[in-house]
Design a protein around this ligand. Structure first.
Ligand SMILES: Cc1ncc(COP(=O)(O)O)c(C=O)c1O
Length: 415
């Protein structure tokens, strides 16, 4: 405990004036350019949120409806859209994919010491959401072709404490779901697809997100469909619906109450506040309205990179994304695996010099500061380490023009 409580004495009217003065001094739009997003710094930024043009109309509609908390018209419509597309039992919009994964961890009633198998090569939330419940993330290495969880390594990671496997469809290209589901079924453990990248990708013509008991989606600014920050939990088993709704609404049965299915609502379970505002759902509505066009454009860009870089990549020993048979990608990421880290870093610098922002990720979780506290004694993940050193992601967003792409490709070929 701190020895001294140190909130300063405030003169309330003066504090209010000072706070108001802040907005007066920093009037929009001067405040809106965040560090790293300064306009003009790159002629081709790494990512740019695509706007369909109807977002403000629907936001205004939500405001006019005087319904700006969650679970209104737009939440309902967007959820039904995704349910219809995925053919799942229920979609619950959430405030992020991270929160959808946390909700999944609460639904599974994970206990300290339970184990959850995750790829090491992923975003931190894939592991953190379950670690938050006291579960131990067990890191598994990735396949060198798709950079997805290596299903062949799963049997040796399973113990009596394993509660779930969390495959990530990296870049929107499917994991080997047949093998993963069969291992999970054999051991009676859940499969939760972290489908942050994979909405609209398919495997055997079946949408990613429809394979596991649950799946998470992300609508972060960097994703194909966005509302800035947002996500969803997909439930493929109706048995989870009632409890999931309760957890998402602060542990209460408020959702049932608003549907007229309960006379009052009360605290039922341990939960949290994962329901997004109608404002976010209204924004998403405008995006889903144009999902087909967004995906078509992203596919065109992805294939443009592939077609125009193929010969150069073969000559230079660069690996382009591999799409296994029976998979259709979600066209989320276009990456290249350079021959070594020196060439990767050099290419990033070369593109930067010419105003093009390319990035790398992920730093493997098992070798991160927190990940190491779990990974001691676990199997190594050499493929994840190797790929993390060599991977570069190219800009991929709807508003990239053919001219932009030609410029990026020319600079890469020149490297
Ligand atoms: C694989 C993966 N899982 C989870 C997340 C977290 O998504 P969100 O930012 O919506 O919480 C991300 C974010 O990029 C991700 O790449």
């Amino acid at each position: 405990m701190p020895s001294k409580f140190c909130a300063r004495e405030v003169n309330k009217p003066a504090a209010l004036e000072a706070a108001e003065a802040l907005f007066q001094q920093n009037r929009f739009p001067e405040v809106c350019s965040r560090k790293g997003k300064l306009p003009g710094r790159y002629s081709v930024p790494f990512n740019q949120a695509h706007l369909t043009g109807r977002e403000l109309t629907y936001l205004a509609q939500a405001v006019a409806n005087r319904n700006i908390s969650g679970d209104g018209f737009f939440t309902e419509q967007v959820s039904r859209w995704i349910e219809t597309y995925l053919g799942c039992s229920k979609v619950l919009l959430t405030t992020s994919c991270t929160h959808a994964l946390e909700l999944a961890g609460l639904l599974l009633n994970l206990q300290p010491g339970d184990e959850v198998i995750v790829p090491s090569f992923t975003f931190v939330s894939t592991a953190n959401a379950f670690a938050l419940r006291g579960a131990v993330p067990v890191f598994v290495d990735i396949r060198p072709d798709t950079l997805n969880m290596d299903e062949a390594l799963l049997p040796e990671r399973i113990t009596s404490r394993t509660r779930a496997i969390v495959p990530v469809h990296y870049a929107g290209i499917a994991c080997h779901m047949r093998a993963i589901l069969s291992i999970a079924e054999k051991h009676g453990i859940a499969v939760i697809e972290d489908n942050a990248h994979g909405l609209f990708g398919t495997l055997d013509q079946k949408p990613l997100g429809s394979f596991g008991q649950m799946a998470s989606l992300s609508f972060h600014e960097t994703k194909n469909i966005t509302c800035g920050e947002g996500g969803a939990l997909v439930l493929n088993d109706p048995a989870w619906i009632e409890k999931a709704e309760i957890i998402r609404e602060k542990g209460t049965n408020r959702s049932a109450y608003f549907r007229g299915q309960a006379g009052c609502y009360t605290w039922k379970e341990i939960g949290s506040s994962y329901l997004p505002s109608e404002l976010l759902a209204a924004f998403l509505y405008a995006q889903f309205e144009q999902a087909r066009e967004i995906q078509q454009r992203r596919e065109w860009i992805w294939k443009y990179y592939e077609t125009h870089l193929q010969d150069w990549a073969a000559r230079r020993g660069v690996q382009l994304p591999h799409v296994p048979e029976a998979c259709a990608p979600a066209w989320h990421i276009f990456y290249m695996l350079m021959p070594d880290s020196r060439e990767r870093d050099g290419l990033i610098r070369h593109l930067e010099k010419h105003g093009i922002k390319a990035v790398f990720h992920y730093l493997p979780l098992h070798s991160s500061e927190k990940g190491k506290t779990y990974a001691a004694g676990q199997q190594p993940c050499p493929v994840a380490e190797d790929c993390a050193r060599r991977l570069i992601r190219l800009p991929l967003y709807v508003d990239l023009t053919e001219q932009n792409l030609d410029m990026i490709i020319q600079r890469i070929r020149q490297f």
